[in-house]
Design a protein around this ligand. Sequence first.
Ligand code: C5P
Length: 399
Amino acid sequence: MLKGKTVVLGVSGGIAAYKTADLASRLTKEGVCVHVLMTQNATQFITPLTFETLTGNKAVVDTFDRNFQWNVEHVALAKKADAFLIAPATANVIAKLAHGLADDMLTTTVLAASCPKIVAPAMNTGMYENPITQDNLRLLKQYGFQVIEPASGMLACKDVGKGRLPDTDTLHAALEDALSPKDLSGLRVLVTAGPTCEALDPVRYITNHSSGKMGYAVAREAALRGAQVTLVSGKTALPVPPGVERVDVTSAQEMFDEVVKRAGEQDMIVKAAAVGDYRPKQKKDQKIKKAGDTMTLTLVRNPDILAYLGEHRRPGQVICGFSMETQDLVENSQKKLMAKHADMIVANNLTVAGAGFGVDTNAVTMITAEDAVPYPVMGKDEVADELLTKLFSIYKSKQ
Ligand code: C5P
């Protein structure tokens, strides 16, 4: 999502400045061009060399640095930036930005920049809660800045309260959000993810190896692109993606009920869940005792949610299923596309290393009535993005 973008990180003088080094490192590894601007005070907490080593770019402090193109650089960086994040933002820097003061490289460049600007305040609770700081933050919001709420906890000064710089994931998510196109805004997207669990008795169940990562990636990307997202999820260890409403389910029947209840109001439905095809005919009330050397279970079919949705879709709705086959992947998935009346089937190529359950990558073929397009191994977030772009184009063609 951020690869190839230019992000300017503004670092001001708070103890949390060291945390921004982690973000700079992560962004650089992801292929982002990271430039760091530091206030003079920030250099008391962390050295420019740290950021220079991590980003490969000069960390600029002084507007009048003679070893640098000081006369144009603040304008050049302001023009080049796709997003600007000031983290940590001290009360002092927030006050300066709110009032248009531009007396160093950081504040000068922010004032010249027209890209999305985000501030992450981090300071002592008393300073943060002071009405002056709160007024300045309000002003910044009015001027179009996004303000990331500080986290609560024990601060470096040993006070307990609001004022901690949020973790790297939160800062990263704010940048992703700022840089995502909002092309899906106004659309409702329902995603299913994870495995289903079919109870045998109060302590045992039948399930599969699905981690939920693919479906969660689709939900996350759809929300980043502005959609209103509902994620109906089987048992996973994954956190709820920002801005997504999650509905937890256990069995296929529960998933069917929760999905069907909401299906009528959705513009797109992506069924990435690994739904159990069968469930035990009977769930025993008591734990099953062992007896004899073998045991026979009688299973009955679960409802096929995707097939039901394909049959009962409302006009203009787009439906996408997933397919995991160990043989004749494309032919079997094409049959599934027809049988379940789906608009697209994303076929997982399980024979390729780096694809399938549990991992962060996938190798898929996206199959529609028109074509079958194979993709190389990609991050699940990239697969999700590509899938949503395809579904959105099908959606537009149906309106
Ligand atoms: O038929 P098969 O299970 O291979 O199809 C996989 C697709 O169908 C997935 O999108 C899965 O979420 C969906 N499915 C379903 N309900 C079932 C079984 C599969 O929605 N009972």
